[in-house]
Design a protein. Structure first.
Length: 170
């Protein structure tokens, strides 16, 4: 479940971008956590968060709202203060950005503490080269991002319909 720092970041992103999570999100999150009950990085079972490999604000604003609800775009990471796998591995220490190599980093930094991760050269390099915030991307960059998502996650009609319907009734 989102806690503390994550909830605050969600509210900031929502206000800044005038964007709210899908009304279906809580059910999707809960179902995912019921199936994937451990942090993918450390195996922990406390203070878990369902992380979007490509954040919900990116996917919604670039025209793929289905990926907010699509399990292919989700991974369980913890938000424990000693390791902060969600913010560090998932967002490169910046909630408005994301880590395009999150799956690689989950393996690379499995079981590492927050201080060990932040001290690692590969983490520092990835953080310095992290993707632009969505509100700083040009239309050309957003279109290229959507094409990347379409290749990586071909749209699934049922999830797309659910996502669009949920946003219409919101």
């Amino acid at each position: 479940m989102p806690v503390g720092r994550h909830q605050a970041a969600d509210r900031i992103i929502q206000r800044k971008l005038q964007l709210v999570r899908s009304p279906a999100w809580d059910d999707v999150r809960d179902a995912f956590l019921a199936k994937f009950k451990h942090c993918a990085a450390c195996g922990g079972t406390q203070q878990l968060n369902v992380h979007h490999k490509f954040p919900f604000h990116y996917v919604v604003l670039c025209g793929r709202p289905d990926l907010e609800l699509d399990p292919r775009n989700l991974i369980t990471l913890c938000v424990r203060k000693d390791c902060e796998h969600h913010v560090l591995l998932g967002h490169l220490d910046d909630y408005e950005s994301y880590n395009p190599r999150v799956l690689t980093f989950v393996k690379k930094y499995a079981g590492k503490s927050a201080s060990e991760i932040r001290a690692a050269d590969a983490f520092k390099q990835a953080k310095a080269a992290k993707p632009k915030h969505i509100d700083q991307m040009s239309q050309v960059e957003m279109d290229a991002f959507k094409k990347k998502l379409d290749r990586k996650f071909p749209p699934k009609a049922a999830i797309m319909a659910e996502a669009l319907q949920a946003r219409k009734t919101d």
